[in-house]
Design a protein. Sequence first.
Length: 366
Amino acid sequence: MTSSTLLRPDCLRAALPHPGLPRLALPRPSEVRGGGRGGPSRWQPSRRGLLAGGGALAATAGLAACGSGGSAAAGASGSGAWSFTDDRGKTVRLAKRPRRIAVLTDTVGAALWAAGLRPVAATDSGQGIVTAVGLTWDGVAKIYSADQGVELEALAQARPDLLIDALQPDGTLQVSSRLAAIGKIAPVVGLSMYRPIEEIARTADRLTRSIGTDLTDTAAKAGYERASGALKKAVAANPDLRVGFVFDIDKNTVGVMNAKTWGVLRTVDALGMRLVQVPGGSAHTYSQAVSWENVPSIPADLLVWAVASPLPTNPLWKRTPAVRAGQVWQPKLASWYAYSWANFGVLLDGLATHVHAARPGVGPRA
């Protein structure tokens, strides 16, 4: 996922991510053809294929001899057998509690670091996803390069006894499924980044607690829950308001985020928010590409600008009804891929304010 002037964390390329890891991250937000399921015929973009974010992982010889290593705890020390059931439903069992943890993607790393887990090695795609949650890389080995992807030799040298990978919508592990040799270094736990935000953060908390580390995000969780309640109340008071989230943008199109894929949209959908849907969108597409001439036809009363680029100034954007009505908000999130209670508490709190103030019915009918 790369190119263009957008926020591109460890998954998207070109005008989009989260989330990036150009070689190992999520697929580029793939747009699906419009029409069907109520999609207005006026904004039916052409189809772009899903990109898998190809590229090779750096290989190294002798991996079969690499295993868990010695001292310096990444979490807490402890004795006795340890087990954890991950988001694949797979239970990973170790003879003792893991002490040296390595995380293979930025998204997983940010969620776990925010919860209090300190890894010995982690992926840094250069998009600032981990530092977005206020953490530093002091004492943590970086195991990713833009040229080679995850570097197996560097990973093995960190001597982890547990690896944490991101689970993709199709059930495969984002990094480990592409190179079987990773599994020879240490067992792998898979965490999904495609669930509602609270489920992602709760799983990160559960894993952090399981290794004996004290949670550092308890106050942030309470703040998130307050913001969630405020947003639910605002949505209930303004039930007809239609909200569109824009993430992907280039010179030809604007992308409307797919509520079936993004964790944050699944969260606000569950709170009752009426979201602009991606016509025909599935759990494997990230956004619906809308050509600029059809942007004024997006059926949204409130637009959330989830792009690092400045707001557009072209006449087509200015003609969009939500824009004319002044109902556009650009959140100041640290990263759309830093899945922490604190980061997304900021979003829900701001959404509550804007949903409360916005007028429904200003956008075109679908």
